[in-house]
Design a binder for this molecule. Structure first.
Ligand SMILES: Nc1nc2c(ncn2[C@@H]2O[C@H](COP(=O)(O)OP(=O)(O)OP(=O)(O)O)[C@@H](O)[C@H]2O)c(=O)[nH]1
Ligand SMILES: [Mg+2]
Length: 301
């Protein structure tokens, strides 16, 4: 199957405003968890590559941070830049939107994709939430007038509905090329990176309001133990001393609960037993400091 005539391969950016289901879609297409998902906006902070290899094509899917308005903190700027870098280098884009609600933010993302000159597939996600179902058709028609999309595909990433149709539409946009990655490779991210993300996912799920946005995770040790388990030592960075006590919680209960949930998820995703140790440390104002962002693995400029 390798690189015979007609084989297609290219990069497709999964773009959209925060919280529309981009990461859920990446995971659903790949059939495994590569990117973390939470009900809160601005969960994804990095580009994450998922490689989907089929007999006819290889799709290099890039999950991106949700594009959001306002200059915000340096971290927000870095996230927007990361998303734009993925878009600029792509052969095509999926514009993921929430089928229950088209907003000005969606319109702004569309404008950026159009400016980048990419063919765009509009992916209307969360159709399982559209009630009554008849509402979908007028929305599809209305959005179809805004741009000449390569295709408009309603899906439910959560339930895996209509994903094959989406793949057919996307594959048609890929250039003819040999596969660029080995056929058994699924991502360019390490398990160590994913481990840090899974801990951040649990922190985001279990902490309230603004706090998750001020948290970063750094894996300090990732090592096999003689008993077969994987030892992971993680530092949870917060911006202020007051946040440290919130993350730890009364009598250490919050951190214990986060650590337990993260360990169970790590056992599942990495398919091995994990021994997870966590520390909470303060790095004053790291979300708005270029140097500290760089130290924590965020491209700040
Ligand atoms: N009902 C429903 N919920 C969905 C669907 N897809 C995603 N979600 C939910 O929407 C929320 C956000 O999903 P994510 O995949 O994290 O969204 P995202 O676009 O990656 O968000 P950011 O990384 O913050 O930009 C989560 O609670 C998902 O479970 C869907 O098809 N139907
Ligand atoms: Mg995401």
């Amino acid at each position: 199957m390798n690189a015979v005539g007609g084989y297609r391969c290219g990069t497709v950016a999964i773009a959209g405003r925060p919280n529309v289901g981009k990461s859920t879609l990446l995971n659903a297409l790949l059939g495994q968890k590569l990117s973390i998902v939470t009900p809160k906006a601005q969960t994804t902070r990095h580009r994450i590559l998922g490689v989907l290899s089929r007999p006819e094509f290889q799709l290099l899917l890039l999950d991106t941070p949700g594009l959001h308005a306002g200059r915000g903190r340096r971290l927000n700027q870095a996230m927007n830049r990361e998303a734009m870098a993925a878009i600029t280098g792509a052969d095509a884009a999926l514009l993921v939107a929430d089928a229950t609600r088209w907003t000005d933010e969606d319109e702004a993302v569309l404008a950026r994709l159009v400016a980048a000159g990419l063919p765009v597939v509009l992916v209307l996600n969360k159709v399982d939430r559209v009630r009554p179902r008849g509402r979908l058709l007028p929305l599809l028609q209305e959005l179809g007038t805004r741009h000449s999309f390569a295709a408009i595909v309603p899906i439910s990433a959560l339930h895996g509905d209509n994903l094959e149709r989406l793949l057919t539409a996307v594959a048609a946009l890929l250039p003819e090329s040999q596969p660029l990655f080995p056929l058994d490779q699924v991502t360019d991210r390490s398990e160590r990176f994913l481990a840090g993300e899974i801990l951040r996912e649990q922190l985001t799920l279990q902490l309230h309001e603004e706090l998750p946005y001020g948290i970063a995770v750094e894996i300090e040790r990732y090592e096999d133990l003689p008993d077969g388990r994987l030892a992971i030592d993680a530092v949870i960075w917060v911006e202020r001393e007051s946040q440290r006590s919130i993350v730890i919680g009364a009598g250490g209960q919050r951190l214990k609960s986060v650590g337990r949930a993260a360990r169970l998820e790590l056992n599942r995703v990495l398919e091995r037993r994990v021994h997870l140790s966590t520390w909470v440390r303060v790095r004053e104002g790291w979300t708005d400091d270029d140097r500290l962002l760089g130290q924590l693995g965020y491209e700040s400029r």
